[in-house]
Design a protein around this ligand. Structure first.
Ligand code: NIG
Length: 428
């Protein structure tokens, strides 16, 4: 009987946590600490956990299945901490309007954009949503993801939002990645039912807390979407109900939500493209994380977040794909990493930390994902490069040769995937 395997002759980036930050995001200069081992091995046991790792050649049990990395980089699988991957319908017909100059907010104001996806999601069954989401998550796993946050937000009414949560859990059970749902009850205002926002604040959150205690809640504070006043009332109610909060803020306009998010103790503020320097510094000094979504501004042709200033000021920073059918139609976190290096001024090591360890801290799963350490899940990937800087220089490059995640092995190198799958077949 096979019992695990060893990846040897690898360049390892362990991202292993220091004793002083066991579940805390790395800030400032620490954001570049990826725990490199120039030439080393990782031993994975039959249960899919790291049994040992170290520098030099493997000198353990000669009977172990051995995978020669030929110097390729092995690092933790991606943790995508902000996605809208649960959706129905298509927004392909909006592309022409964009090409003719219509902005994201103009398309939303005319009943398209998020509202177009809302109509499609309201018409979809739980099973349809779960099926398409599971397909997308499997695709993300093949691109290196081992954990993905998935937001609701395309229901706007409580019934559909709760159906989205059920669909996310149903997809998670068969998707092969660790899934963390977020309740995005404040994503847009339905022009035909503007009272839904107040209903969400007055009753919806309470029902959410009853059915899903402790679930994280989110809202999109923006002109034409939820106002500052609505968001503050929504988040204050969420706080009373013990629901942690995350916020979409300052994507196009700074409305004051980031300062409120700091006051309310939000876990994160995401977007931050239009944040003023003073507010960005206040966020950097707070416990609230900043999340950049560079595929969004890339896709919309709008300004990027000043992530360089935020990290230099010591901010706790994470990076995510924001995968959705409108503003960021890309499931690839690796693509966002290359954008972050190219347009946000990050070093490749800062970008890798932001897309692994720091993102895992934000999702509260730093004990499961985001690093390679003895005793933890071996949720890792082997990329087709011997130097990780290629991830920042290439874009839309080849997928990982091997991804090992909650669902077992996947990746582009069929031989490696089959070898690993056989070695783990008895337990995973
Ligand atoms: O983070 N801006 C708000 N929400 C998403 C976009 C969702 C959509 O366009 O469907 C975002 O960019």
């Amino acid at each position: 009987m096979e019992d695990g395997f060893v990846i040897e002759r690898a360049r390892l980036l362990t991202l292993a946590p220091h004793s002083d930050c066991l579940s805390a995001p790395r800030r400032g200069a620490h954001a570049s600490e990826v725990g490199p081992i120039e030439w080393g091995y990782v031993e994975v046991d039959a249960g899919g956990r790291v049994a040992s790792l170290g520098a030099g050649d493997w000198r353990g049990d000669a009977a172990r299945v051995r995978i020669d990395a030929h110097g390729r980089v092995v690092l933790p699988g991606w943790v995508d901490c902000h996605t809208h991957a649960c959706f129905a319908g298509s927004r392909l017909d909006e592309w022409e309007r964009k090409q003719h100059g219509a902005t994201y907010l103009e398309i939303l104001a005319s009943g398209g954009g998020i509202m177009s996806t809302v109509r499609a999601v309201r018409a979809a069954s739980r099973d349809e949503l779960a099926h398409t989401l599971a397909d997308r998550l499997r695709g993300m796993a093949a691109l290196g993801a081992v954990a993905v946050e998935v937001k609701t937000g395309y229901g706007l009414d409580l019934e559909t939002e709760l159906r989205m949560i059920d669909a996310i859990y149903a997809a998670a059970a068969r998707a092969g990645v660790r899934v963390r749902p977020t309740f995005l009850g404040g994503h847009a205002i339905d022009p035909d039912a503007p009272q839904l926002a107040d209903e969400m604040i007055d009753h919806g959150l309470e029902e959410l807390a009853r059915r899903h205690p402790g679930m994280c809640v989110d809202a999109f504070c923006e002109v034409g979407s939820w106002s500052l006043d609505q968001c503050v009332r929504y988040f204050e109610r969420a706080g009373q109900l013990g629901l942690p909060i995350r916020v979409h803020a300052d994507q196009f306009h700074e409305l004051g939500m980031t300062q409120e998010a700091i006051r309310l103790g939000a876990l994160s503020v995401d977007h931050l493209e239009a944040t003023s320097p003073d507010t960005l510094m206040a966020l950097a000094e707070s416990a609230t994380m900043g999340v950049a979504l560079p595929a969004t501004a890339f896709s919309l042709g709008t300004p990027q977040m000043n992530a360089r200033a935020f990290i230099d000021a010591g901010g706790a920073f994470a990076l995510a794909s924001n995968f959705n059918p409108g503003s960021a139609p890309s499931p690839s976190l690796a693509f966002s990493i290359s954008l972050a290096v190219r347009f946000l001024g990050l070093s490749i090591h800062e970008a890798i930390t932001a897309a692994t360890w720091n993102a895992a801290c934000l999702l509260g799963i730093a004990d499961e994902a985001g690093c390679i350490a003895v005793g933890r899940h071996a949720w890792l990937q082997m990329i087709p490069h011997t130097d990780e800087r290629a991830l920042g220089v290439e874009f839309a490059g080849a997928p990982p040769d091997l991804v090992l995640g909650p669902g077992g092995a996947s990746g582009a190198d069929g031989h490696l995937v089959r070898t690993v799958a056989r070695a783990l077949a008895n337990r995973l």
